[in-house]
Design a protein around this ligand. Structure first.
Ligand code: ATR
Length: 278
């Protein structure tokens, strides 16, 4: 029995939460590094966030991951916010410090770029444009991480144009906005395409992103993950493109969180990847 307050216990909070893979990831590492601790999932309704966070702190948890729908609000409840969380405008990780302060971080952009660098190490050396599909929180994390690597132009395509324009206002001239229905016209010049929409999350869902015209030397990355490759990635792979799946981002975003809470930088290995992909 692992008692809260006597062991290093962290959590993931959100709703719905039962599907979260975070407990699998962190428990795998806890076992791997023989750390006395645990990682649990807690369902927290939107109107309970501001009481749930201090309650977890009072009970002696060391921090938590924050997922839908709390990521934006969590930042407001923190005492300190890392620069990257400010850039992304939301938090996925809270650290409850011993002095009672709460630090909010966002490691989604880090997870995305680490996974991309691993899956397609030469992506920055390919000629052409960078296209990001989507304009929600995930797209924001991707854009912020890409800009941090020195990328000078990112074309954002989103079903709701106004949301893409908000990103341009936030990130400035490095972001260009294109019409969602024009997306197929961008393939010709694309070196990297990132799907940061939620399209493809439902297993077996029909593919609504057109891929005709995608060139074989384009790197295609999809943030959506599941037990099967998304229809978008499969089609891109069949078109000869190098593809990078979303599971790696999920695993890598967890690395800095685990390190902050438990003091060990964990390794993402193939066994863990398999475990999470089931
Ligand atoms: P997240 O924070 O995970 O990015 P989100 O803010 O709900 O989640 O964003 C979901 C993204 O998927 C948005 O870009 C959304 O487009 P809209 O801004 O037009 O809603 C996109 N998306 C979801 N369903 C879509 C669909 N059927 N066709 C095209 N885009 C879709």
């Amino acid at each position: 029995m692992k008692a809260i307050g006597e062991n290093q216990i962290a959590a993931v909070i959100g709703t719905p939460i039962a599907h979260s893979k975070s407990p699998v990831i962190h428990r795998y590492w806890l076992q791997q590094y023989q750390i006395r601790g645990d990682y649990i999932a807690i369902k927290v309704e939107p109107d309970k966030l501001s009481v749930a966070i201090p309650a977890m702190q009072t009970l002696g948890l060391i921090g938590c991951n924050v997922t839908i729908p709390h990521k934006e609000k969590a930042i407001q409840l923190a005492d300190e916010v890392t620069d990257r969380a400010v850039q992304i405008g939301s938090a996925n990780c809270l650290i409850f410090e011993e002095n009672g302060r709460i630090e909010a971080d966002n490691t989604d952009g880090y997870g995305f770029i680490t996974n991309l660098n691993e899956g397609a190490p030469d992506w920055q050396h390919r000629d052409g444009e960078i296209v990001v599909l989507g304009a929600g929180g995930a797209a924001r994390a991707v854009i912020s991480a890409l800009i941090a690597t020195g990328v000078s132009k990112i074309t954002v395509c989103n079903r709701t144009r106004a949301r893409a324009q908000n990103l341009r206002r936030f990130f400035g001239e490095k972001v260009a906005v294109e019409e969602w229905r024009q997306v197929g016209k961008l393939w010709e010049r694309a070196a990297l395409v990132v799907n940061a929409t939620s399209l493809g999350m439902e297993q077996g869902a029909e593919m609504t992103i057109p891929i005709e015209g995608l060139k074989a030397d384009t790197v295609v990355s999809d943030l959506v993950y599941g037990s099967k490759e998304t229809a978008f990635l499969r089609a891109a792979r069949r078109a000869g493109c190098q593809t990078v799946g979303g599971v790696g981002m999920l695993l890598h975003q967890a690395v800095p969180c685990f390190e902050r809470w438990y003091g060990v930088k964990p390794e993402v290995d193939s066994k863990l990847e398999k475990l999470v992909s089931q």
